[in-house]
Design a protein around this ligand. Structure first.
Ligand SMILES: [Zn+2]
Length: 475
């Protein structure tokens, strides 16, 4: 009996002190703000705006690779749609983007068992010349396995990277596997290879190769790099496992064109008493070219525009300004993000909170953050307002997306409603990234989650303190 007395006493004492300190501070959110959050959540479930935006973008614009005619059309589309939805201060911020032309690509196994397989050049790859390259091939799992080979082992050969990406909900499988795509071509070139073929960085067993950017170093020659689908990579592994020499043929007419003009498209829902403070909602307007960029990142574009539209339709006005930025060229070097930061050098500290949607069409399953630890109780309150959406509470080590990386590194807090990425890499960067991959219900649940968190982030009665802890390197 006595053992219980102390905890009860301490508990009462804590309750007393908490209520004293709570009485000193205004609540983080007024009753009206919380009621408006619930209204947003309910309206989002029934609002067709986000789905219609993806439908319109993928139908009327389609693929929008940086520098292409589709990219220009997307910038015009975004300005028109932001204006139609009633955004304020709709404008563009110019970004100079690389312009790469995919051309045609071909991949064949010449020996031991001849077959031709569907392929895609990796983004930025040089071409092979019209004759193509016929060469003996060496299979390695990943960059570590390549580095472990004896000197000369891949000289004048084609390197095949066989590692398969792991399916995860939060995208960590991609983070681990993607190094082969980004750095594999130059690593193989440094070891004397003539070309590279990778197993697609993707999770589906459909016969769709996945493209995506490569990064050449300046220290070794640029060599061509192609991707093949998972089932074809499995078949190629079996050819290697026959023990007979494997000979491959690759051909690609990819080439670099002159850099082009593109633009970020910006639109605001103006704030009231704290209008000078900006809650920034980022997504990217560009897409890879084989598909029409419905999930990457038409969905993010639609979620953010849908959120801003729903907030604009509330009777109440947001305290802080809500700014949607549709970034140019995320896929091929984040040029839009760099241009936005350069244009806003004097306004960095006005960006008090950031959200980014670049991980598919939902649903949202988790709420993570990267805020000053002082504000973690505020994030807890936002999490409670999201309770009907049944999210998991994440940690305070959110990475945020690539487009807000610059602002985040400069101390801007991030709230991250986590989009469920379990199936995202079945489709990511493939010809199969189409409207058919978007589930309207999951999309609307995502709009609901983002709208709730964005609204409360804009209404918070305190100050969003800067994050002073250094950002760890991307996993
Ligand atoms: Zn993306």
């Amino acid at each position: 009996m006595r053992k219980q007395t102390y905890p009860i006493f301490i508990g009462l004492l804590l309750t007393f002190f908490n209520s004293v300190s709570a009485a000193d501070k205004p609540p983080a959110f007024s009753r009206a703000d919380l009621a408006a959050a619930a209204t947003l959540r309910e309206r989002a479930a029934a609002d067709a705006t986000a789905y219609q935006l993806i439908e319109s973008l993928t139908t009327e614009v389609g693929p929008r690779l940086a520098g292409s005619p589709g990219d220009k059309a997307a910038v015009a589309w975004a300005q028109r749609e932001m204006t139609r939805l009633g955004f304020t201060n709709v404008h563009t911020v110019e970004a100079i983007v690389p312009h790469w032309d995919r051309g045609e690509a071909e991949f064949s196994v010449l020996a031991p068992y001849p077959q031709t397989m569907p392929t895609l050049a990796l983004g930025g790859s040089v071409g092979t010349g019209s004759e193509g390259i016929d060469a003996d091939a060496v299979m390695v799992k990943d960059l570590e396995a390549l580095a472990a080979l004896p000197a000369g082992a891949v000289k004048d050969k084609i390197v095949f990277f066989s590692n398969r990406m792991e399916r995860t909900r939060d995208g960590t499988g991609y983070g681990k596997a993607v190094a082969v795509r980004v750095g594999g071509p130059s690593a193989a070139s440094a070891a004397g290879a003539l070309g590279v073929v990778i197993r697609s960085i993707g999770t589906s067993n459909l016969r769709f190769p996945h493209t995506g950017a490569i990064r050449y170093t300046t220290t070794s020659p640029r060599i061509p790099a192609l991707a093949i689908s998972n089932p074809d990579a499995d078949a190629l592994v079996r050819q290697f496992e026959s023990g007979k020499p494997v000979r491959l043929r690759i051909r690609s007419s990819s080439r670099d064109l002159s850099p082009a003009r593109s633009a970020n498209v910006v639109g605001d829902i103006p704030g009231t008493d704290l209008a000078n403070e900006i809650v920034i909602l980022g997504a990217h307007l560009d897409s890879w070219d084989p598909g029409v960029g419905a999930i990457d990142d038409g969905a993010g574009v639609a979620i953010m525009m849908g959120v801003a539209k729903l907030i604009k339709e509330l009777d109440a006005k947001p305290r802080r300004t809500i700014r949607v930025v549709l970034f140019a060229n995320e896929e091929f070097g984040t040029s839009g993000s760099t241009a936005y930061l350069a244009a806003n050098e004097a306004n960095v500290s006005r960006h008090v909170l950031g959200f980014e949607a670049d991980f598919g069409a939902g649903p949202v399953w988790r709420l993570s953050s990267r805020v000053n630890p002082v504000q973690l109780p505020v994030v807890d309150q936002i999490f409670r307002a999201l309770a009907p959406l049944k999210l998991v509470r994440g940690d305070n080590a959110a990475r945020g997306g690539a487009d807000l990386e610059g602002l985040s590194k400069r101390g801007m807090p991030i709230l991250e409603p986590g989009l469920d990425g379990t199936d995202y890499f079945d489709v990511h960067h493939t010809a199969n990234d189409t409207l058919a991959q978007v589930d309207p219900k999951a999309l609307n649940q995502s709009v609901a989650a983002f709208a709730t968190a964005v609204w409360l982030g804009a209404q918070y009665s305190g100050t969003w303190d800067r994050v002073t802890e250094e950002k760890p390197p991307r996993r």
